[in-house]
Ligand binder design. Structure first.
Ligand code: BGC
Length: 501
């Protein structure tokens, strides 16, 4: 890999920072008394009530969850617009527009005087996130050489986890600011990662795939030589051109994606983000401090525990960075899924044991609560090397060029929709399902692990413009793809190429 590719990938990955910062910041802010009493007084009053009332329900408020979830609806919509921008103008302009909008949102949030300003700020942040999350994973997968695509693409998830962790730490610090304006600092500091991606995107080069898609063939060839560090790029260049010719014969990526031959990709593009959210990860990411308060920690201990899960999330991501291009995607999915399932089952059971159906616990010792946190950490670690990074990597590498932008938008919007749904219903679900909520997510993890076992082909090391071959040789998906659908750049026969892939 050339240094040039490495550096461009780091800059582009910083788009993940804004997404992560936001995921981490809202949960902490909503557990700060000064923030709650100012914007959500009724939740604040309920929370102050005696601890003998039902612990499962004390944070249940639709307005409070709307604060967290409004962002995801905005992100969902903006990813569709971003799909046109990434296709027509290049991936970097989508990142730039995302960075600027996010900056504006963080300024409004920092200055918020009422709930309306808070939500307006969140919507702008969401538009920014949608644009960046649409463009960054595609950018990374296109820049990377095939055998390092996993590692480089996971840079995005890595930055998400750094963003979450930074937000957890900042919340921990700002919560103790006297005078009750700590939350303004937390929300305002979102501008820092936004500046990274806004300025960074201006210096990023376009990907060769996108240059060819927009008719700049010579520049594309030069860029390919530069990023691969060799003069001999003919095969890859031919693949890109073939992919682009194919793409040009299609007027409408959106109706195109519905064709039978794209059914495998479409199914994966929808199911992967759906499953990723149904792991329940964002219950921990958004509401860890709230959850820890529920199981009997004080305010400070709750924020501190969120810092711990944040660290685990960052470090466990390294496992996937180091192994994804060697062990492959499937191995990580299967191991991670199994570990998550066991951890969730144990967390649910430990909570059931103490809080039962009534939600009233009398003697939760520090040790008992710490064991729950420990299993939550096992769960987070497993997510961090499986569904977290792969939830973005796999969709970004399975589409042929002609539907890549559109496909990625589908992935982003499904992801955002279910992130929204989970953010919106979690506090109510906790109130009704109680400890059973953990069993609910464990059940989904079992289903998704079975799905991966049977339906996800391995995509490790396969050049991105040859990925159709992988579907063509899959026991189930092959029936959707005829021989004529397998166009790849050079003249080897389809069978040989399938052998190679
Ligand atoms: C997911 C987020 C999640 C984060 C946790 C991402 O891959 O899309 O929803 O909060 O991982 O690290």
């Amino acid at each position: 890999m050339t240094l040039f590719v490495f550096l461009t990938c780091i800059v582009a990955s910083s788009g993940g920072l804004i997404f992560g910062y936001d995921i981490g910041i809202s949960g902490g802010v909503t557990s700060m008394d000064s923030f709650l009493s100012r914007f959500f007084p009724s939740v604040y009053k309920k929370q102050m009530a005696d601890s003998s009332t039902n612990q499962y329900c004390k944070f249940d408020s639709q307005l409070l969850t709307l604060f967290t979830s409004s962002l995801y609806v905005a992100a969902l919509l903006s990813s569709f617009l971003a799909s046109t921008v990434t296709r027509m103008f290049g991936r970097k302009w989508s990142m730039f527009a995302g960075g600027i909008t996010f900056l504006l949102g963080s300024a409004i949030n920092c200055a918020a005087m009422n709930v309306l300003m808070l939500i307006l700020g969140r919507v702008l942040l969401g538009i920014g996130i949608g644009a960046c999350v649409q463009a960054v994973p595609l950018y990374l997968s296109e820049m990377a050489p095939a055998d390092l695509r996993g590692t480089l693409n996971i840079g995005f998830q890595f930055m998400i986890t750094i963003g979450i962790f930074a937000a957890n730490l900042i919340n921990y610090g700002t919560a103790s600011i006297k005078g009750g304006w700590g939350w303004r600092v937390s929300l305002g500091l979102a501008a820092v990662p936004a500046l990274f991606i806004t300025i960074g995107s201006l210096v990023l080069p376009d990907t060769p795939n996108s240059l060819i898609e927009r008719g700049h063939d010579e520049e594309a060839k030069a860029m390919l030589r530069k990023i691969r560090g060799t003069e001999d790029v003919r095969d890859e260049y031919d693949d890109l051109v073939a992919a682009s010719d194919e793409a040009k014969s299609v007027d409408h990526p959106w109706s195109n994606i519905l064709q039978r031959k794209y059914r495998p990709q479409l199914t994966i593009a929808i199911l992967i983000p759906f499953f990723q959210q149904l792991t329940g990860i964002n219950v921990i990411m958004f509401y860890a401090p709230v959850l820890f308060k529920t199981i009997g920690f004080g305010s400070e201990a709750s924020l501190a525990s969120a810092v711990i899960t944040g660290i685990v999330n960052v470090f466990a991501t390294f496992v996937s960075i180091a192994t994804v291009d060697k062990l492959g995607r499937r191995a990580l999915f299967l191991q991670g899924g199994t570990q998550m399932l066991l951890s969730q089952f144990l967390v649910g059971t430990l909570i059931a044991f103490k809080f039962g159906i009534s939600g009233v616990a009398t003697d939760v010792t520090k040790n008992y609560a710490s064991i729950i946190v420990l299993f939550i950490c096992f769960y987070v670690a497993a997510f961090a090397w499986s569904w977290g990074p792969l939830g973005w990597l796999v969709p970004s590498e399975i589409f042929p060029l002609e539907i890549r932008s559109a496909g990625q938008s589908i992935t982003v919007s499904v992801n955002m929709f279910f992130t929204f749904l989970i953010a919106q219903v979690f506090l109510t679900a906790l109130c009704h399902l109680k400890f059973g909520l953990f069993y609910f997510f464990a059940g989904w993890v079992a289903i998704m692990t079975a799905f991966i076992t049977f339906f996800l082909p391995e995509t490790k090391s396969v050049p991105i413009e040859e990925i159709t071959l992988v579907w063509k040789k899959h026991w189930f998906w092959s029936k959707f793809i005829s021989d004529e659908d397998v166009h790849v750049g050079n003249s080897e026969s389809v069978d040989d190429r399938i052998e190679d892939a």
